[in-house]
Write a protein that binds this ligand. Structure first.
Ligand code: PEP
Length: 251
C-alpha cells in the first residue's frame, strides 16, 4: 500500500512574513496523523526559517533543486549536504521550469536524482510533455525517454525511495488540468516502465500528479489507481487550498 504524498512547490514566491503566515496556516488545521505525507518546498533562503516554524508538525521540508557537487567552489550552488543540514528530506529535480528556462537535460536530471538519493534525500523526479508533444501524439515517447534516462543513468535502485511526478507542461500554472483519465493513462505507463527497474520499483514508487491541482479537482485525480498524490504549485501558496488538497488525498 503506497502512502499518499502531497508536496507544495512554492517556486520563487514568498517572503519571511508570507512563510510564517503560510506555515502557521497549514499547521493550524492539520490533524496530528493525517494519514498522508505532506511536504513544503520553499525557496532556498526560507528553508531554515520554515524548518524552525514546522517544529513538530507532521510536515516535511523539501528543496526545489540541488547541485550535484559537494561543498566547494561552485558559486551560487547548493549541495545536498546543505539541504540535509537545514532539515530537508525531499528535493524536486527536473521541474519543467528548470528544464525549459535553465536548460536542464534528461542526463543532468538523472544525475541530480542519483546524487540526492545517495546523500539520503528523496528526489521527486518531474517528467511531462509539452502541449505540442501531446498534440503530436508523442506523450508516451517523451515520458519514456525522460524516465528511461533516469533508470539507466541513476540506476533502478533509486526506486521506490525516489518519487516520480507526472506534470504535463501544458497544465502547469495554466488552469488546464489533465482529466482524471488522461492523468491515469500516463501514470499507468510510468508504473509499467518502472518495472524495467524492478517489480518493487513498479509496485512501491509513489507517482504524483502535478498541473493546476485545486481542492475541487483533487479528489477525482487522487481516486485513480496509479495516482499517489500531487505536486502542487499555485494552490500550495494558499493555506486553505493546500489543506483542501491534503484532505482530498486523505479521503
Ligand atoms: C508545479 O509547478 O509543479 C505545478 C504543478 O504548478 P501548478 O499547480 O500551479 O500548476
Amino acid at each position: 500500500m503506497r502512502r499518499p504524498l502531497v508536496a507544495g512547490n512554492w517556486k520563487m514566491n514568498g517572503s519571511r512574513e508570507i512563510t510564517k503566515t503560510l506555515v502557521t496556516g497549514i499547521g493550524s488545521d492539520l490533524p496530528g496523523d493525517c494519514g498522508i505525507d505532506v511536504v513544503v518546498c520553499p525557496p532556498y533562503v526560507y528553508l531554515d526559517l520554515c524548518s524552525d516554524l514546522l517544529g513538530l508538525q507532521p510536515v516535511s521540508l523539501g528543496a526545489q533543486d540541488l547541485d550535484i557537487h559537494g561543498p566547494g567552489a561552485f558559486t551560487g550552488a547548493i549541495a545536498a549536504d546543505m539541504l540535509l543540514d537545514v532539515g530537508c528530506r525531499y528535493v524536486i529535480v527536473g521541474h519543467s521550469e528548470r528544464r525549459s528556462l535553465y536548460g536542464e537535460s534528461d542526463e543532468s536530471v538523472a544525475e541530480k536524482a542519483a546524487v540526492a538519493t545517495a546523500r539520503g534525500l528523496t528526489p521527486i523526479i518531474c517528467v511531462g510533455e509539452t502541449q505540442e508533444e501531446r498534440e503530436d501524439g508523442i506523450t508516451a515517447e517523451v515520458i519514456r525517454r525522460q524516465l528511461g534516462v533516469v533508470i539507466e543513468n541513476a540506476g533502478g535502485k533509486i526506486f521506490p525511495q525516489a518519487l516520480v511526478a507526472y506534470e504535463p507542461v501544458w497544465a502547469i500554472g495554466t488552469g488546464l488540468t489533465a482529466t482524471d483519465h488522461q492523468a491515469q493513462e500516463v501514470h499507468a505507463l510510468i508504473r509499467e516502465q518502472l518495472s524495467d527497474a524492478s517489480e518493487e520499483a513498479a509496485m512501491g514508487t509513489r507517482i504524483l500528479y502535478g498541473g493546476s491541482v485545486k481542492p475541487d479537482n483533487a479528489a477525482g485525480l487522487f481516486a485513480q489507481p496509479d495516482i499517489d498524490g500531487g505536486l502542487i504549485g499555485g494552490a500550495s501558496l494558499k493555506a486553505a487550498d493546500f489543506l483542501g488538497i491534503i484532505k482530498a488525498a486523505n479521503s
